[in-house]
Design a protein around this ligand. Structure first.
Ligand code: NAD
Ligand code: DAU
Length: 332
């Protein structure tokens, strides 16, 4: 049994990971989360109190971080400012949390010689052309586009430097776009699902041709546990489930599953600097560590996610109007 410190465990992917750990292992979990607008204690409801503890605090606060890292067997670092559109509006919190927060955690892991796993994104590699047969691999050069992805790239490089310079026992994973329960309604799939549930037309940026490579958050969690168990220190692993879809197809599928006409959406102002396409080649993780995804069918995973939002309006309704007011102010 291990004691995991999960930063950002009240956010979307972090809370899915905590649920996964409790269901599939005998580890105990301390969640360190600042409960920003993106964190929600309700995402941890129903978990056993003798195995999950929430500490509300900032990963950039060394006085909070140090004793929690000292008592952990491993740190799994999800906490971040995570939304590209917000980073275009106000980049500063992205520097504070993604760069200084990661630095603060790494220093504590170094002091106490604690195993560290850093959660990152495929966006550090920039984007691909729509007709490019290439996908991102662990050796693709970094080329981030947005304030968000540049701070995630910076945090990855800090982890690599702390491994090489100080011998910190760290691994890194870069995952593609996640979907599933507990995702904030600012993000693409939950925004469109909750729009449709409210009788509002989905909003596609630009022409809707941009491609994202979708993976269920539960598959991301099993990949992270695999890397914690079997990953080699200092290595980077890309996580993906061969789920490339253009945004228009995703919206059409949401409309079809909910019994609406598939052309009942609006094209709105594009995101500045909008990355065209992401695509992950996860061969290394699959062949070296033996991981594979279990959600093979995007349509049924999406249908289950739509059901979750239908059944959990109390979880998302308090944030919906504020998010839509923000987008409306930008013509989106
Ligand atoms: P999220 O925005 O839903 O959750 C982030 C969590 O971090 C929230 O609970 C928030 O309260 C917490 N947090 C923010 N700043 C903090 C701070 N200073 N101290 C402590 N806690 C803080 O994000 P997400 O979508 O769940 O992403 C989690 C991680 O996964 C991020 O590192 C992100 O870069 C990475 N990632 C996300 C995706 C995706 O598709 N969403 C894909 C690949 C990688
Ligand atoms: O690739 C991994 C990344 O995926 C993570 O690192 C980020 O944390 C996560 O937010 C996500 O980034 P994206 O920018 O790809 O996700 P988002 O949900 O914001 O948008 C997905 C796509 O949908 C993107 O092409 C923009 C588009 N979009 C988004 C919104 C909110 C729309 O067309 N309409 C919308 O209303």
């Amino acid at each position: 049994m291990s004691r995991l410190l999960v930063t950002g465990g009240a956010g979307f992917i972090g809370s899915n990971f905590v649920h996964h750990v409790i269901a599939h292992t005998d580890h105990t979990v301390t969640v360190l989360d600042k409960l920003t607008y993106a964190g929600n204690e309700a995402s941890l409801a129903g978990l056993p109190e003798d195995r999950v503890r929430l500490v509300v605090g900032d990963i950039a606060d060394a006085a909070v971080v140090d004793p929690l890292v000292a008592e952990a067997d491993a740190v799994v670092h999800y906490a971040a400012e995570s939304h590209n559109d917000n980073s275009l509006h106000d980049p500063r919190p992205f520097l504070d949390t993604n760069i200084i927060g990661t630095y603060t955690l790494l220093e504590a892991a170094r002091r106490h010689d604690v195993r560290f796993h850093h959660i990152s994104t495929d966006e550090v590699y920039g984007d691909l052309e729509l007709d490019d047969p290439a996908r991102f691999t662990e050796s693709t050069p970094y080329n981030p586009s947005s304030p968000y992805s540049s701070t995630k790239a910076g945090s990855d490089l800090l982890v690599r430097a702390w491994v090489r310079s100080f011998g910190v026992r760290a691994t890194i994973s870069n995952c593609s776009n996640n979907y599933g329960p507990y995702q904030h309604v600012e993000k693409f799939i939950p925004r469109q699902i909750t729009n449709v549930l409210r009788g509002v037309r989905p909003k596609l940026y630009g022409t809707g041709e941009n491609v994202r490579d979708w993976i269920h958050a539960d598959d991301h969690s099993s990949a992270v546990l695999t890397i914690l168990d079997k990953g080699e220190i200092g290595e980077t692993y890309l996580i993906g489930a061969d789920g490339e879809k253009d945004n228009k197809s995703v919206v059409e599928l949401i409309l079809q599953i909910t019994g609406n006409p598939t052309d009942a959406y609006d094209l709105v102002t594009d995101r500045p600097g909008h990355d065209l396409r992401y695509a992950i080649d996860s061969t290394k993780l699959r062949t070296e560590l033996g991981w594979k995804p279990t959600y093979g069918d995007f349509e049924s995973g999406l249908a289950a996610t739509i059901d979750w939002y239908r059944e959990n309006e109390a979880w998302w309704a308090p944030t919906k109007d504020g998010v839509e007011a923000f987008y409306a102010s930008k013509g989106q």
